[in-house]
Design a protein. Structure first.
Length: 145
């Protein structure tokens, strides 16, 4: 906390901006996802992990969309955004991200144990790909790691 001349306290705010776009919500969601991902022993923990994945995935593709908008590309669907993100070199392989999208769609529309296990099986790879994305857009590993 910093003290102002009137005796009030001002919180020191550290925002993470990339091209003027805040990545704070994404970074917070990713840290939470990682905590859940590393603790999937019970059914409740697995359910929480899947929900954290859904939320983190949403923030990743929407961050991609905002970064693309700054570059003049107005896109709406996750598939369009993922394709364009690959062309902008934000991500390496759009097919991997299409699979994450498919898994996210499974969890949003239905919840069955088979689908849950499918989603849980890609979470380590999702973590790796999100880290790559963050690095490519200029977020230092010490910020999210």
């Amino acid at each position: 906390m910093l003290n102002c001349f009137l005796g009030c306290e001002i919180k020191k705010i550290r925002m993470h901006l990339i091209d003027g776009i805040s990545t704070d919500s994404l970074l917070k969601a990713f840290r939470k996802f990682e905590t859940f991902r590393l603790n999937t022993h019970t059914e409740h923990e697995k359910a929480g992990t899947i929900q954290a994945f859904e939320y983190c995935f949403e923030l990743v593709w929407k961050t991609m969309r905002r970064l693309l908008e700054v570059r003049g590309q107005i896109l709406n669907s996750p598939r369009e955004v993922i394709r364009a993100a690959a062309l902008e070199s934000f991500i390496d392989d759009p097919e991997i991200w299409f699979d994450f999208l498919k898994k996210r769609n499974l969890t949003v529309h239905t919840y069955q144990e088979k689908e849950a296990e499918e989603v849980l099986s890609v979470l380590e790879n999702f973590s790796i790909e999100v880290k790559k994305f963050l690095n490519k857009i200029g977020v230092n590993e010490d910020v999210y790691g």
